[in-house]
Write a protein that binds this ligand. Structure first.
Ligand code: NDP
Length: 289
């Protein structure tokens, strides 16, 4: 990495925890390759520290990402919000434009790109989303915009899934909630998405046993692991096309890069930098059949 100068811009990741983040690796590799004069650092911060850091760094010519648990709080600090921020209530990328602090939720674009890599197009697909947190929210918005046929939400806390459904589809025509896992038995889906945090910790149960469904076209795990996640392994063993959350991570990082530098990111290099953190031998964009 080149030595910083007074002109070097500071790009940060604000969150807690940030110890396992691949973003510094992905972004610094991209900065170096494109000769952008910037450095990307991960800063662990509390909710109280977030406003001072985000606004201070933006006003000092910097920019950044926001991650768990601050994505919703960051929205209140923006002076201009993208449609994705307004519709998801979460911001994961900020920068300054015309003197105003702007924000986007690039998880929405990242998810859409990961689905395209796995399925081609999501149009007309029947999708099951497991989970109802921030990632599920970005996934739901992205899928509805991609004109899927229907989305079924299934979450440990049914009331959270129900409030997500009400927010995005009060008529219940395209989004429905299934509370009983047993009721999934007669259902077939083109795509099943794990948007729960199950799989992050070793020893976690699988988010869903796919043999309990009548049909599964493909499985997308938003959790990622250095090699492969247990749920991706489970899908692969059943012959189901599947991929983990690494492609979404790389694509949301690429979208952030576009906001900061107004130029195309070196996507393949960012993907290699992310994969280089583990011992993967196959690109995550290819379905593992
Ligand atoms: P949230 O904390 O907002 O939501 C967590 C979700 O997981 C909730 O639906 C929660 O259910 C569910 N959950 C947690 N523990 C359990 C459990 N023991 N059994 C069943 N369900 C459980 O987190 P996010 O939505 O922000 O993130 C979810 C996952 O997506 C994380 O693993 C994160 O790493 C990943 N992610 C990946 C991204 C990528 O780029 N690949 C981007 C963003 C997130 P309940 O509502 O009942 O608590």
């Amino acid at each position: 990495m080149r030595l910083p100068t007074p002109a070097t811009r500071l790009i940060v990741l604000l969150g807690d925890p940030i110890g396992h983040s691949l973003s510094p690796r992905i972004q610094n590799a991209a900065f170096l390759a494109t000769e952008v004069d910037a450095v990307y650092l991960a800063l662990r911060c509390s909710a109280i520290e977030l406003p001072g850091l985000l606004v201070g760094i933006a006003r000092a010519g910097g920019a950044g990402n926001v991650t768990i648990p601050h994505k919703a709080r960051a929205v209140d600090l923006l002076e201009s919000s993208s449609a994705a921020v307004r519709r998801t209530g979460a911001c994961n990328t900020f920068w300054v434009e015309d003197g105003r602090i702007c924000g986007d939720n690039t998880d929405v674009q990242g998810f859409a790109a990961a689905v395209r890599a796995l399925l081609g197009s999501a149009a007309g697909a029947r999708v099951l989303i497991l989970g109802a947190g921030g990632a599920a929210r970005a996934a739901l918005l992205s899928l509805l915009d991609a004109r899927v046929d229907s989305v079924t939400l299934h979450n440990r806390s049914t009331e959270k899934a129900e409030s997500l459904r009400l927010e995005f589809d009060s008529t219940g025509r395209r989004v429905r909630v299934l509370d009983e896992p047993g009721r999934l038995r007669n259902e077939g889906f083109d795509l099943v998405v794990n948007a729960t945090s199950l799989g992050l910790q070793s020893g976690d149960p699988l988010p869903l046993d796919l043999t309990g469904l009548r049909r599964v076209g493909a499985a997308l795990d938003l959790v990622y692991a250095p090699d492969e996640t247990p749920w991706v392994r489970h899908a692969r063993q059943l012959g189901v096309a599947s991929t983990d959350g690494l492609e979404m991570l790389v694509q949301q990082a690429a979208a952030a890069f576009r906001h900061w530098w107004r130029r195309e990111p070196p996507l393949d290099l960012m993907r290699s930098a992310a994969m280089g953190a583990g011992n993967r031998s196959r690109p995550p964009t290819q379905p593992v059949v």
